[in-house]
Write a new protein. Structure first.
Length: 257
């Protein structure tokens, strides 16, 4: 990932936060499919969440390897068979990356046949996936309850990738809070993250406008986690400002899937 070009207006606290965010995404650079079996190599790799394999029992290492194999199996099945994933990958392949985005890293990728890398890796409990320019999509191999859960998460991240290529937000990915809020609204709305069944398991349901409430709530949570966002109040304000224009935008779909 390219080094950030900070400006004089960027505070020291913002720079530190951005570097932590950047280091997190950089740690998920694409790896080969042999990663699942290379347990000794895992113990040598550092991540922002600690050293993988350090202080873990053999049973825990076996579980990580099994999680990785399951993640790669589901990922390969979804990119081959899932209508929504295939649709998004097809439309993504029709758009070039933004001119100022880091080069797409496909060398050594687990998915060199796709328009972007889709990598399986272990994650902390607070995330199920991620997207970054150049690095592609991260799937958190230890966070998925089912293949359907992964399908929703992968679709969510592919919508972010499509939005970046289609709308070409200004500055670094995530720097423009309004653009970030809009792509989160669209991803939550279109990916299946807010379907009734998912909300029921979260114990969030209502008889009217539950889908819209879910999209708004989850978009605010995502924007709040952005290092550029100063507070939850700012995140809520930004999401509310763009909600009415971004929620009805179903591109590249004709309607909500």
């Amino acid at each position: 990932m390219q080094a950030p070009a900070f400006t004089e207006d960027d505070s020291p606290s913002f720079r530190r936060s951005f570097e932590r965010w950047r280091a997190t995404l950089s740690s998920f650079s694409p790896t080969s499919s042999l990663r699942c079996d290379a347990r000794t190599a895992w113990a040598e790799e550092s991540t922002p969440f600690g050293t993988v394999g350090e202080g873990k029992t053999q049973a825990e290492l076996d579980q990580e390897a099994n999680d990785c194999k399951r993640c790669q199996k589901w990922r390969d099945e979804l990119t081959r068979d899932s209508p929504i994933v295939r649709f998004l990958l097809t439309h993504l392949s029709l758009l070039p990356p933004p001119p100022d985005a880091p080069p797409v890293q496909l060398e050594g990728s687990q998915t060199p046949h796709l328009p972007l890398s889709i990598t399986c890796a272990p994650c902390p409990p607070t995330m199920a996936g991620g997207y970054a320019s150049g690095l592609g999509v991260l799937l958190c191999q230890n966070r998925f309850m089912s293949r359907k859960h992964m399908e929703d998460a992968l679709s969510h991240e592919l919508i972010h990738a499509w939005d970046e290529r289609r709308f070409k937000p200004k500055g670094r990915w995530g720097e423009d809070l309004r653009a970030h809020a809009c792509t989160e609204i669209r991803a939550e709305n279109l990916s299946g993250d807010c379907r009734f069944g998912r909300e029921f398991t979260r114990r969030n349901w209502a008889f009217t406008k539950q889908h819209q409430a879910c999209v708004r709530r989850r978009a605010i949570l995502s924007v709040t986690a952005n290092p550029n966002c100063k507070s939850e109040e700012e995140a809520e304000r930004v999401v509310n400002e763009v909600f009415d224009s971004c929620f009805p935008d179903t591109r590249p779909f004709d309607e909500i899937y």
